[in-house]
Design a protein around this ligand. Structure first.
Ligand SMILES: [Mn+2]
Length: 303
């Protein structure tokens, strides 16, 4: 089914180029563009786009949205970063194009459900309403093609449950690499001042470990709550760390983010879910094995 849709859409994309009368030269950009396939999914879940911030990979997301179609699109929170926009207005054209791509999906029949997060909590005021064809909801229940009931939430309210200092999670592995160099200078400086050796890199390594602990505790807290509520699984975002795994007898899905990893969670016609990483400026989708996704060091984790 997916393969059929893929080749059908690919043919259509090609015929559109021909209809425009500009016969694409072999190897030209237009020909390459037209050859790039459009994939069809039953459902797409994305979150943590953080529109309105410099970190948002809007171009990659526009590319992803235009190359991936679906019956239902879930926006799983932190789509717009209201916190940051309140301090400084930042809205390049690519950010508007993300909104346009979402609206275009609605026009072509996609159902769009928006579950606001903490950075776009302003939209929580409108839960239960429909704005520009987008259904806004505090949480949603998605039934997969094979009948599983998945709770769709952003996940920020578990920060309070796990009671963990969120700033600890902000350090990624890049910071650790920088820290190794800084550590040398720090050690040199302290020696001049006659102070004892103190390892900055060991300090930061501990922070990275804490970040991993934060992720584990978040995942466990979410899974336990979802099991207690009787769902088969959960789809969430918030910690910018894509994963699919079984925890406490439920399936935990995290759709990642569009600040660092450019990941989305997609469901096919049979109810199979996988994580897509829109790698390298969105040129090709890569499937990352879910069990490895959690082994990586965390990237920037949101507050
Ligand atoms: Mn969040």
């Amino acid at each position: 089914m997916a393969e059929f849709a893929w080749s059908f859409l690919q043919k259509r994309a090609l015929s559109e180029v021909v209809r425009l009368g500009e016969r694409p030269r072999r190897g030209s950009n237009a020909a390459r563009e037209a050859m790039r396939p459009v994939r069809h999914h039953r459902t797409i879940f994305i979150s943590d786009v953080h529109l309105g911030t410099r970190g948002c990979k809007a171009e990659a997301l526009v590319d992803f949205l235009s190359r991936n179609q679906c019956q239902t699109l879930y926006l799983v929170g932190d789509i717009v970063d209201g916190w940051r926009l309140k301090y400084r207005w930042f809205w390049p054209e690519a950010h508007s194009r993300v909104v346009q791509e979402i609206l275009r999906k609605i026009d072509s029949g996609t159902r769009v459900i928006y579950v606001p997060g903490n950075h776009d909590e302003i939209f929580r005021t409108y839960c239960g309403r429909e704005v520009a064809g987008i259904e806004i909801s505090r949480e949603a229940v998605h039934e997969t093609a094979d009948g599983k009931q998945l709770l769709v939430i952003h996940g920020d309210h578990f920060d309070a449950v796990i009671a963990y200092a969120k700033w600890l999670a902000h350090l990624g592995d890049w910071a650790y690499t920088v820290a190794l160099q800084l550590n040398e200078w720090c050690h040199f400086g302290r020696r001049i001042l006659g102070l004892n050796y103190w390892s900055l890199s060991a300090y930061l390594k501990q922070k990275v470990k804490n970040a991993l602990e934060y992720i584990c505790r978040f995942e466990e807290a979410v899974a336990n709550d979802v099991r207690a509520r009787g769902f088969d699984g959960v789809v969430c975002g918030h910690i910018h760390h894509a994963a699919i795994k079984t925890l406490s007898g439920v399936i935990y899905h995290n759709d990642g983010d569009w600040v660092e990893s450019c990941t989305a969670l997609v469901e096919d016609a049979r109810g199979h879910l996988e994580i897509l990483r829109w790698a390298d400026a969105g040129l090709r989708p890569l499937t990352i094995p879910a069990e490895h996704a959690t082994d990586e060091l965390p990237e920037a984790i949101p507050a």
